[in-house]
Ligand binder design. Structure first.
Ligand code: ADP
Ligand code: ADP
Length: 232
């Protein structure tokens, strides 16, 4: 479903260049909950941002469903991004919009008619357990609830892939557990392939069936989670 071939990314700045990714080869299959783990600065965010082309790789190719998307621009790129949901550590909700209107946002971008968008957004809020919070504003919700809203918004376009960038790093242990269970349900019930970036081994162990360990832009280990970490 997602294939990265010899992917490299070099950032150039005033102080010189930095090679954030060095020849990454990775295959994420449909239905995987695939963990990308590594310490801060390892290149995890860069890697995931190359999948939806928020970053352009310096070298190598990104294939989605067998299609080389590396050079996509304009309409093709917009369409690709619609098929990939993304959630972040800081939730990135629109603070001036209600919960319902946050979830409607991706549908409004596509000019879905308002009633249809509203009923779809309500359905998604129900799915994440927030059916009664549509008229609240993000600031009125807990961190875990805000991340549920972000998950509902990420699902609005029926994505095949969801990218989760440190999605539980701002949450306490209990809330993290609940959010990871929700992500796993979405993977199983809606068949959404998940890429989970985390610096936490315990998060990876709880939710990922496969993991790749990234260190200074290189994959140093990858495979089934139980094999990489050893059975407890
Ligand atoms: P991680 O997500 O594992 O913390 P990142 O992908 O964010 O790692 O960063 C990998 C390396 O690339 C780091 O050394 C970081 O400082 C550098 N880097 C990331 N984004 C940029 C950028 N836009 N410009 C320059 N360097 C960057
Ligand atoms: P309203 O229609 O309620 O005024 P807006 O569509 O203007 O809401 O957006 C609400 C907030 O979200 C604003 O702070 C705006 O800057 C921000 N925002 C709107 N569109 C985007 C976008 N595509 N990316 C990031 N932030 C956005």
């Amino acid at each position: 479903m997602i294939r990265l071939e010899h992917l490299s990314k070099t950032y150039s700045g005033r102080t010189g260049t930095h090679q954030a990714l060095r020849g990454i080869d990775l295959h994420i299959e449909a239905g995987d909950v695939f963990g990308i783990i590594g310490q801060s600065g390892a290149g995890k965010s860069t890697l995931v941002r190359c999948i939806n082309l928020l970053e352009r790789p310096t070298e190598g190719r990104v294939l989605i469903d067998g299609k080389d998307v590396t050079a996509y621009r304009g309409k093709e790129l917009a369409k690709l991004r619609e098929s990939i949901g993304m959630i972040f550590q800081n939730f990135s909700l629109f603070q001036q919009r209600t919960v319902l209107r946050n979830v409607m946002f991706p549908l409004e971008l596509r000019h879905t008619n308002k009633r249809e968008a509203e009923s779809r957004a309500l359905e998604l809020l129900k799915l994440v357990g927030l059916a009664d919070k549509g008229d609240r504003y993000p600031v009125q919700l807990s961190g875990g609830q805000q991340q549920r809203v972000a998950i509902a918004r990420a699902l609005a376009n029926n994505p095949k892939i969801m990218l989760c960038d440190e999605a539980t790093s701002a949450l306490d242990t209990m809330t993290t557990h609940a959010i990871l269970n929700l992500l796993r349900d979405i993977n199983r019930e809606l068949g959404v392939t998940m890429v989970v970036i985390t610096h936490s081994l315990s998060v990876a162990q709880q939710v990922c069936n496969k993991v790749a360990v990234l260190d200074e832009g290189i994959i140093v280990e990858q495979g089934a989670t139980a094999e990489v970490f050893g059975n407890p």
